[in-house]
Design a protein around this ligand. Structure first.
Ligand code: NAD
Length: 319
């Protein structure tokens, strides 16, 4: 039987490459990435299978020839996983304009082309669209902050893309991801668990911003992949939005720092720093970010706890 075809944008990134590694047996894969914040090299894909097609492409800057290639690839594609974006609090803080324009241009370029195909789109949106809301249920109103704080451009882009997907009437599932983490995630762009583990081991210290009472829920990448597999295989939640995260793993950042120190058994000092001494006025910290997972639990309940996530990331050399 011939395999169905799946395109993955951002396929050398943390989540895109995890999808590729998990699904290459099941689907014919085409991977696209501009290699800006990739966590694996293209060579690693050919180690998985010589059937995987890889194309280095900047989706924000497609020329006519590249658009033709893209359209041709879409012709027999069943699933389109759109995971390319500039990601990470640190990366967005350092150059918010580039991050916002990148995502805007990528979506301007590719959504009209996907709309002309029969592919089903899995779009990686973000918990950021909930803004300052402390309850995060898929159908509720959102509380995105002011444009004077540029980080909100990331959330607005994700939300606008959600609207565009519906306006183009692209068959889709929108995934609002809540701190999906695990081995392979880079510590370099502000992802908190890999960064704290790296600092604890290499610097002998862990930095916490503010009083550390802000809290987050962490979801292991293996749980994310299991949910995606069930979603695709059963064609669930067609044209709907779904939170993916693990509300059982809600933890304050202060507790997280202590748990990392205890789990790694390192003698790391925990420093409390003023958020705005580290990040510019383009950024803003969020008090609480945790998903309502009632809808997710109709198909899958994430299982992996924070301590196990920490162990797995540390064993993988913090990334
Ligand atoms: N990891 C999470 O918890 C999380 C949370 C919310 C949303 N998301 C979304 O999930 C997606 C994947 O996130 P990730 O954690 O794997 O990030 P990542 O940075 O590891 O992966 C993103 C990939 O996209 C590529 N890319 C960026 N701009 C591109 C362009 N113009 N053309 C082609 N490729 C481009 C990068 O090189 C990188 O390999 C992103 O859209 C992100 O916004 C992730």
């Amino acid at each position: 039987m011939t395999k169905k075809k799946m395109i993955i944008t951002g396929g050398l990134g943390f989540l895109g490459s995890a999808i590729a590694k998990n699904f290459f047996h099941k689907y014919d894969l085409v991977i696209i990435d501009n290699e800006s914040t990739n966590v694996i090299k293209a060579d690693e894909l050919s180690l998985l299978s010589d059937q995987i097609i890889y194309k280095k492409l900047d989706l924000a800057l497609l020329n006519e020839q590249e658009k033709d290639w893209f359209k041709k690839e879409l012709e027999d594609t069943t699933y389109f996983c759109h995971f390319a974006a500039a990601v990470g609090v640190k990366k967005i803080d350092e150059n918010p304009n580039a991050a916002i324009i990148n995502e805007y241009q990528v979506n301007q370029n590719i959504l009209p082309l996907i709309a002309q195909s029969n592919a089903k789109l899995l779009f990686a949106s973000s918990s950021e669209v909930y803004g300052n809301a402390t309850e995060c249920t898929e159908d509720q109103s959102l509380e995105i902050g002011s444009p004077d704080t540029l980080r909100w451009g990331y959330a607005c882009n994700k939300l606008m893309t959600e609207f565009l997907i519906k306006s183009y009437e692209i068959p889709h599932i929108t995934l609002r991801l809540f701190n999906v983490t695990g081995p392979g995630q880079s510590p370099d762009y502000g992802m908190v668990i890999p960064k704290m583990i790296k600092d604890a081991k290499e610097e002998g210290s862990i930095n916490v911003y503010g009083d550390g009472n802000q809290c987050r829920s962490f979801c292991d990448v293996e749980d994310f992949l299991k949910a995606i597999d069930i979603l695709i295989s059963n064609d669930m939640f067609h044209n709907q939005t779904l939170n993916i995260g693990n509300d059982k793993n809600l933890i304050t950042i202060k507790e997280l720092a202590h748990l990392i120190r205890d789990t790694l058994k390192v003698d790391a000092q925990i420093n409390y720093l003023n958020f705005h001494d580290v990040y510019s006025k383009n950024s803003d910290d969020i008090y609480k970010r945790s998903p309502n997972t009632a809808k997710l639990k109709e198909i899958y309940t994430p299982e992996i706890d924070v301590k196990s996530i920490i162990r797995k990331i540390a064993e993988h050399k913090y990334g």
